[in-house]
Design a protein around this ligand. Sequence first.
Ligand code: AMP
Length: 560
Amino acid sequence: MLQTRILPSAANAHQSPLLIKRLLLSGSRYEKTREIVYRDKLRYSYVTFNERVARLANVLTEAGVKAGDTVAVMDWDSHRYLECMFAVPMLGAVLHTINIRLSPEQILYTMNHADDRFVLVNSDFLALYQGIAAQLTTVEKTLLLTDAEDKSADLPNLIGEYESLLASASPSYDFADFDENSVATTFYTTGTTGNPKGVFFTHRQLVLHTLSMATAIGSLDSIRLLGNDDVYMPITPMFHVHAWGVPYVATMLGIKQVYPGRYEPDFLVHLIKTEKATFSHCVPTILQMVLNAPSAQGHDFDGMKVIIGGSALNRALYETAKARGIQLTTAYGMSETCPLISCGYLNEELRKGNEDECITYRIKAGIPVPLAEAAVMDDEGRLLPNDGESQGELVLRTPWLTQGYFREPQKSEELWTHGWLHTGDVATIDDMGFIEIRDRIKDVIKTGGEWISSLELEDLISRHPAVREVAVVGVPDPQWGERPFALLVTRDGQALDAKGVKEHLKPFIEQGHINKWAIPNQIALVTEIPKTSVGKLDKKRIRLDIAQWQEAGSAFLSTL
Ligand code: AMP
């Protein structure tokens, strides 16, 4: 340890710990009348929002919630969820954002594992909750969230309905200060093997994450995505890494926020139009779903700015969005990282280049945001040069990374091998700091000694005019170990076969982008590609499906 100088504080000096309550204070200071909107059902000002957070804190305290308890929420994206994101941690309790798209068994596992004591349940999930209630080992009380007229529900140990309880609670609450290293939120990763793993974030981490994100997306010249005159609507579920933490940024800045409830593509487009949303964020497949919605046809999204993360952005989607008026900016992160690590940023020199070259950089995973550090590491724990060529595992250090997996000491140690958080992604970093994700380590296709990036192949195949969506995985091959296999959804039922894909890829082989082993010798035309609970390509399911099709000799497989 360095012997630095640490001076004694004045006896009365206040430490102002980095607490989530401090993010809430500023929004209404800037814009008292700015609105928080819930679907076409409710709108209220920031002043009312602050009061409602206090009312909720009173309701929860009355119900017995104490510092250190875990309070879980099962809801679509709503103003109520936003209120929970503040009130629960501000009481010193831990907010568990339940991934309602997991299977009932997985949800049950996460709730018991997280020690949930109180659960707020949306009436849409009553049947699901009732199905697992008897096996919940730690839950003591429930609270109903509903838009319906009927405010009754058959929930065990129900203390009441949210809106009625808030209406009769006091609109003020004196939130105490406490240690900024107290856990504020927890949720479970959507890993495709084994049980979900719990990650957790402290007040200090969430506050620093909020400040860094606000700086990166609000101040850096070539990003400037969010100012406080923007209108924000999430299209990443609030259970997925707190909607990437953006609600905390929006609230700190006093930005108009629109919460869409359950995601229905036409209704999302309706809200974008009527509330004039200018800023959002989502995974690529959800953007595709919104752009394809019937009500989006002919609509000009001009001026809309969207952060794309969670999966690689391909050139075809970047260009499609641009043609529809949407400026896409990439971001990289994961559940373990709170999530923001890097954001697309083109420096002055790059911006002077031609558009084609700029797009090459715009679709990479970006440059680390302030306070974030990224490196690539080899199998022996050595850091590799940032030369844009050396491939290794992307490893991270940043003040807001989960410090482990809840009650999983061994997996926590593995996550933090050599003192860096291991992402499980293969990447390169160039001399400008651009991270390029080559693939998930487990998705790289190993064919005859060559390593092929499934992401790169997806990007190249997506440029074929007939392709609407594509997923590439490696399938076992007796001769080569693995061979690439492409699953395609074509535009308006257009035809494409394995030969057509080969023809399309030929120029990229000639130009040296990929080698000839990258050509899939089998493809399948499907109407839908399986997705995970958060809308990413579900490569585990895809591999299982392909194995079944190959065994059955399905007619829609096209072979070279
Ligand atoms: P999750 O924890 O479910 O949010 O998934 C995190 C994973 O998503 C990362 O480890 C990456 O594999 C992938 N990912 C996130 N952002 C990007 C990006 N911008 N480009 C490529 N892959 C990404």
